[in-house]
Write a protein that binds this ligand. Structure first.
Ligand SMILES: C[S@@+](CC[C@H](N)C(=O)[O-])C[C@H]1O[C@@H](n2cnc3c(N)ncnc32)[C@H](O)[C@@H]1O
Length: 201
């Protein structure tokens, strides 16, 4: 079950809510994966890697405090073309308040077919994963790959990570992998990877 609503306008633009992030980390460190939100430098690199046709959407999975979402908006993605999915109701509520006009879905990124309305299936230009997939077993990583493929066939996804090498065993997952960017200006230093099914090009 999911619940998609547009954030109400207007709202304060700054979304780096470290307090909320840290509280959620205390409750569920594996779900959060990090102790602080992503840095502006990392968010800009993620936004720069986005590919989107004029009638396509950008899908952000595990949007947390909305710092990446805000960088996507700053990079020119229209709010109505951005869909953010967040499983924790408190954080989804925070995103609705902070991201006016953005489609906020409180739901599970491992069930995107159920979480996203049918008219959005097949209309995603880029999916971005903020969920700490590296901490999950292979079966869950496979389930995530399949969830994205169900709504964004052939597109794959961007993943940001603190790992020095690929955070995913991409060959086992049947994906191609490319590191697109690295920034030391994040705690810890981070990279942006693109994973795609081989036939996608
Ligand atoms: C690393 S944190 C957020 C990163 C975000 N860039 C930030 O700096 O605020 C990961 C987020 O993914 C969310 N999450 C974890 N599992 C999820 C799932 N299955 N579906 C949707 N969101 C999920 C967590 O609640 C958390 O907000």
């Amino acid at each position: 079950m999911s619940d998609m609503t547009m954030g109400a306008a207007p709202a304060a633009p700054k979304v780096a809510n470290r307090g909320l992030f840290f509280r959620r980390w205390l409750r569920n460190p594996l779900q959060m994966g990090s102790i602080v939100p992503s840095s502006p430098a990392l968010c800009r690199r993620i936004a720069a890697a986005v590919e989107r046709g004029a009638d396509e959407y950008v899908l952000e999975l595990g949007a947390g405090t909305g710092v990446v979402s805000q960088a996507l908006l700053a990079a020119g993605i229209p709010p109505e073309r951005l869909i953010v999915v967040e499983i924790v109701p408190e954080m989804a509520e925070h995103l609705r308040e902070r991201l006016p006009g953005v489609n906020v879905v409180c739901g599970d990124a491992f069930d995107l077919k159920g979480a996203l309305p049918a008219h959005l299936h097949g209309r995603i230009g880029t999916a971005i994963c903020g969920i700490p997939l590296v901490l999950l077993p292979l079966e869950r990583q496979e389930a995530f790959r399949d969830a994205v493929e169900a709504v964004a066939p052939g597109k794959g996804f961007l993943l940001y990570t603190y790992c020095a090498t690929s955070p995913l065993p991409y060959r086992k997952l049947g994906l191609e992998a490319k590191r697109l960017a690295f920034t030391p200006a994040n705690f810890p230093p981070a990279s942006v990877w693109r994973y795609r099914p081989p036939a996608a090009r």
